[in-house]
Write a protein that binds this ligand. Structure first.
Ligand code: FES
Length: 580
């Protein structure tokens, strides 16, 4: 695609606030001058909002204030006027019931902030899982020129000579404790080793995946995703991003120019190649919905089906983000996909040029970290989309994190009605379950939890773990942390709380999982299934007030991205009316 930059100079939207001599212009401008800004800064130069998700309670983004200073420096250098704006920061590790319940709220707040304020362009300063999609969704809905810079991952964790991957190690160690292989004291000691620098999770969890998605979509400068948070080059990246957004505003290079169907297709393939998080599925569907791009679950399966996972990183493989960066990072992956005919090479990026130009000279410095396409970690690594009478609208599974022997499996269902039921019974040795069973959990989808929590990778029963078994087939309407692993079927749609077939599975039913044939089948007759569904009634009418009511009444299914029905699409950046 060839991008035609707009003419410059021209009048920018910030001039509606700052660019005249009326009472209102003086009101907007004069109050800002209490911060000591000289009058000539209001002369029509690009005003750039640095939308900062820093928060003491979002530790993964705890260093973003320092990084914002580098972004500001870049904006000043390029002749822009930077203004730092705090925005809603949904922290993965503190928000309850789950940060996902607040992604749409954050996106809504960002969209309104961008539209209501006198900014001509935005730097989206993000990191922790939900902060990246929420800001990108907000930016897409205003279509104000925007660029992403992420905070970068933590350095490698090390414990007793072994790499400790954020999240991944937490799941492994908690299973080891249940299996009697690790002491509580050792677990506490390992806690200190997990997070040894600022930054996001150092595995290919959701934060690293979404940073990679932003780069693959063309919304971040090339090479952004993998630079560690504390590496000086992260600060250079922030400064260069600040410089770049000023030119993007002058050129009028908007999210709608960059986030096209081709860009989403590139990103889906990248997700398969990096062994990315299943969470990317819901976030990218939601982002595409904001952009008016027709993207479906079927696109995920179609495009990901032949993509090999070539990045050898936890939770699918061995290494961590620091090593991914040293090996060459995402540009090497994009180059490999381009060489294999799996990349739209001319997809536009925030650079103003095609993505291939950015990556064609990338070099791989470690072929064990980023494998050649013909020596992958997993041959068919893209997200598998399963369908059948148990998931008429689809469910997802991440092959690179699953056990090959379980990819075709038929087993007896052991059903948990919700997360509380699971917690109450899973440790009971009297529970009738063994490793051949299929664990089923209901009511953890967008409406059911509420918020679609990351509980789909249910821990195995202790009596199974003690046998040395580490994986079983698990099915739910929940999500799973991007740092987690296992033969886990997620996002089953329609969810149980709205009467999807998952709601009527009973303990003792037989379930068939057939990943190669993309099938998820409940082995009861059509008539029996119809009778059960006809007899189903919702457990609750839902909340009667507050944000939880808004969420419950308007959140859509996982199969379309779990956005709010009234937030889809781009509403532009026109202010509805002038209040003065
Ligand atoms: Fe914030 Fe993983 S918990 S990036």
């Amino acid at each position: 695609m060839t991008f035609q930059p707009a003419e410059w100079p021209r009048k920018l939207r910030s001039q509606e606030w700052y660019g005249g001599t009326s009472r209102d212009n003086i009101y907007h401008r004069g109050w800002l001058k209490n911060q000591g800004y000289p009058h000539d800064l209001f002369d029509g130069r690009p005003v750039i909002g640095i939308l900062n998700t820093w928060s003491d309670l979002t530790p993964c983004n705890g260093h973003l204030r320092e990084l914002a200073e580098k972004v500001k420096a870049g904006i000043w250098e390029a002749g822009g006027f930077p203004l730092e704006v705090p925005v809603f920061s949904a922290s993965e590790n503190t928000f309850r019931p789950t940060a996902m319940m607040y992604r749409n709220l954050a996106a809504m707040a960002v969209e309104e902030t961008m539209r209501a304020q006198p900014i001509d362009g935005a730097v989206l300063l993000v990191g922790c899982d939900k902060t990246t999609p929420s800001l990108m969704m907000g930016a897409a809905s205003t279509d104000i020129p925007s660029i992403v810079v992420t905070g970068g991952p933590m350095l490698n964790g090390w414990f007793r000579g072994e790499r400790v991957g954020s999240g991944t190690a937490l799941w492994q160690m908690s299973e080891d404790i249940k299996a009697g292989k690790m002491s509580q004291e050792d677990f506490l000691e390992a806690e200190q080793a997990m997070s040894r620098s600022s930054g996001t999770c150092n595995t290919m969890g959701t934060a690293s995946t979404m940073a990679s998605m932003a780069e693959a979509l063309g919304m971040a400068l090339s090479g952004n995703a993998a630079i560690p948070a504390v590496d000086a080059r992260r600060r250079v990246m922030a400064q260069l991003t600040g410089r770049r957004i000023v030119q993007m505003v002058k050129d009028d290079l908007k999210p709608s120019d960059v986030m096209t169907k081709e860009a989403f297709e590139n990103a889906i393939r990248v997700n398969g190649a990096i062994g990315g998080s299943t969470n990317a599925v819901v976030h990218m569907l939601a982002m595409a919905g904001r952009c008016g791009v027709d993207l479906t679950l079927d696109d995920w399966d179609r495009l990901g089906r032949e993509v090999p996972t070539i990045v050898n990183m936890m939770p699918s493989g061995k290494y961590l983000m620091e090593e991914f960066f040293y090996a060459g990072g995402l540009p090497v992956v994009l180059k490999r996909l381009g060489e294999a005919g799996m990349l739209h090479r001319d997809a536009l990026t925030v650079s103003g040029g095609g993505i291939w130009d950015e990556v064609k000279d990338a070099q791989n410095w470690n072929e064990d970290v980023i494998r050649p396409v013909d020596k992958p970690l997993t041959e068919k690594g893209g997200i598998a989309v399963l369908k059948g009478n148990l998931a008429p609208k689809g469910a997802v599974l991440k092959p690179s994190a699953a056990t090959p022997a379980l990819m075709q499996h038929r087993g007896r269902a052991v059903v948990f009605e919700d997360i509380d039921d699971y917690k109450a019974r899973i440790n009971d040795d009297a529970l009738d379950i063994d490793e051949t069973c299929v664990m089923v959990m209901k009511n953890c989808g967008p409406k059911g939890y509420p918020g679609m929590a990351e509980v789909g990778n249910m821990g195995l029963p202790p009596k199974v773990l003690k046998k040395g078994i580490t994986d079983m087939v698990r099915i739910s309407d929940a999500r799973m942390s991007g740092t987690a692993y296992g033969t886990v079927v997620l996002h089953t749609a329609p969810e149980a709380a709205v009467g999807g077939p998952l709601a009527v599975v009973r303990t003792g039913d037989m379930i068939e999982l057939d990943v190669p044939n993309r099938k998820l089948h409940l082995d009861v007759s059509d008539a029996e299934l119809a009778d059960r569904l006809a007899a189903w009634t919702p457990a609750t009418d839902g909340p009667d007030s507050g944000y939880t009511k808004l969420f419950h009444d308007h959140v859509e299914g996982a199969d379309t991205g779990a956005d709010f029905d009234f937030l889809k699409g781009c509403r532009g950046n026109e202010v509805p009316r002038d209040s003065h």
